[in-house]
Structure formats: C-alpha cells, structure tokens
Design a protein around this ligand. Structure first.
Ligand code: FE2
Ligand code: FE2
Length: 283
C-alpha cells in the first residue's frame, strides 16, 4: 500500500512541498518550553495577524484594564493556544491550495469545513482533558487528502464527491474502489512524508474509521467526532445522521453522552466566534 501511495503522490506534478511556516508552527507547539517570542516571530510573516490579535485583545469581549499595545502582552491576554489555532488555520488555508488552472473541489469550502472540525475537536479535547493543540492540528488537516486527489483527478473527483452525497463512508468506499485507497490514507501519507509526527497523521488516517486498539485512538475519536459535528454545524442535521455508527463509537470511546455533544456544539460555536475575531483582518 505504501508503495502505491508513494507512486501516486510522485505522479502529481503540482504537489505542494511542505509549507515551512506550517511545519515550524506545529513543531514549535510540540515543545514544552516554547516561547511567546517564537510565536510572535512567526506572526511577522503576516502583519494582519498581529493586528487581529491586538484588536481582539482590546475588544469589548476581552476588556483589559489598560489598552494592550504590545504583541507579546496581546498573545498572553488572548491565550497561547487560541493564537496558535488562528495562525495555523490561516497559514494552512493560504499555503495548501489547488494550483491555477486545476479544477477540483472548492478549496475555500474545504478549509472552512476543516477549521470548524478542528475547533470542535479542540473543544471536545478540552472537555475530556486530552491535548487540545494536537486535536486542533489533526482536525484542521483531516481532509487534506481531498486536495491531493483534486490535484491529481480534477473534475472527475468532484463528480465522485457529488455522487457520494453527504455520507462520508460512501465517498470513502468510492475512493477505495477507484484508486485502491481513500482521501484519509493519501492525506496521512503526505503528512508523514512532510515529517509530521504520528500523533497528527494517525488521526487523519482514521478520521472515518477509528481503530480502538492503536495508541492514538482517543485523538482519532476526537477528530472523527469533530468532523461529524462540523457536518452537523454546517448542514444543521443531527450528529447521528452523518455516519451514525462512527459518531456513537467515538462518543463511547470518549465517554460522552448525547447531552455532552449538544453542550459541546455551543462551546465550539463560541470558540469559532473567538477565532474569527482573531482572523478579522480589517485594517
Ligand atoms: Fe474525510
Ligand atoms: Fe471532513
């Protein structure tokens, strides 16, 4: 299988190289002794982010005693992990795109969905006391395989998605039949080639298919449920209608009841507002 994935990936001429800032951020946040200076340094890549974080730190919802004018203070005030999530979401959606002239999925829509799934996965992680940063990162990248398949297959892949409808498992089955692998497998494979750790690539690999026996089963369940809740959030249908068996399986693994999921949807809604405040790039 690894050989098939390698040869498929190597045939794509427009395949993105590992986006430097994205990898630096992910590596940085895995270090326990990370410094605010390092985060601020990465933010310099995009001045609108610094402006957004400063504006948000001084917004009515934050209400500091004194106006915050320094970016270091703003990061501390807003919260390290919220700033990380906003920067990662922004850089991922800017750097992983389809090249000009390639017809495929709507990448803006995909990143919108991925950010929503990531925020939900992070909210669940907080509730069950798992690593929120890992859940967010894996949640954000869970469907990156769809970009790869679009690069390689163009419009034909769109057609496959349309035929599969909203049911994630029938898309997976169609991909397997057609290519011999699905978007989760090719996405996880790309992330491994970029050098991302298994704690990120494994949940991407299993986001439609939790393997209870492997070490990152809990993170897989976070991303799986985050993805399902994102579909709920976007399409406004109950969580259990999209991949019902997997939703229940993830909830069981995370020891969550239906009532927990309902309250987590509200928490994630607040988190999403918070994040769009940080990414608001009004001058
Ligand atoms: Fe997926
Ligand atoms: Fe998804």
């Amino acid at each position: 299988m690894k050989k098939d994935l390698d040869s498929y990936i190597e045939r794509i001429k427009t395949l993105p190289t590992a986006p430097g800032v994205l990898l630096s951020l992910i590596t940085l946040f895995q270090q326990p002794d990370r410094e605010i200076d390092d985060v601020a340094e990465l933010m310099r890549e995009d001045p609108s982010l610094t402006a957004g974080v400063l504006r948000h730190a001084n917004s009515a919802s934050s209400l500091p005693d004194q106006p915050i004018v320094d970016v270091f203070d703003a990061i501390t005030w807003v919260g390290f992990s919220h700033v990380y999530q906003a920067i990662l979401a922004k850089f991922a959606s800017q750097s992983l795109r389809l090249p000009k002239g390639v017809c495929g999925i709507n990448v803006d829509e995909l990143w919108h969905h991925s950010a929503i799934a990531a925020v939900h996965a992070a909210a669940i992680a907080r509730r069950v006391e798992e690593n929120e940063t890992v859940a967010f990162t894996a949640g954000l990248l869970h469907d990156v395989g769809k970009i790869i398949l679009s690069m390689a297959e163009g419009q034909a892949y769109n057609l496959m998605i349309t035929k599969a409808g909203v049911d994630g498992s029938s898309l997976q089955a169609a991909e397997k039949r057609h290519f011999g692998f699905d978007h989760a497998e090719i996405g996880a494979h790309l992330l491994r080639r970029w050098g991302l750790p298994a704690e990120i690539s494994e949940p991407v690999l299993h986001h439609h298919d939790i393997d209870w026996d492997q070490p990152s089963a809990l993170t897989c369940a976070l991303v799986c449920l985050g993805n399902i809740m994102a579909h709920d959030f976007e399409a406004e249908f109950p969580v259990k209608r999209y991949e019902p068996t997997r939703a229940l399986s993830a909830m069981r693994l995370l020891q969550l009841e239906e009532g927990d999921v309902v309250s987590l949807l509200k928490v994630a809604q607040k988190d999403l507002k918070h994040m769009s405040g940080l990414l608001d790039d009004r001058a």
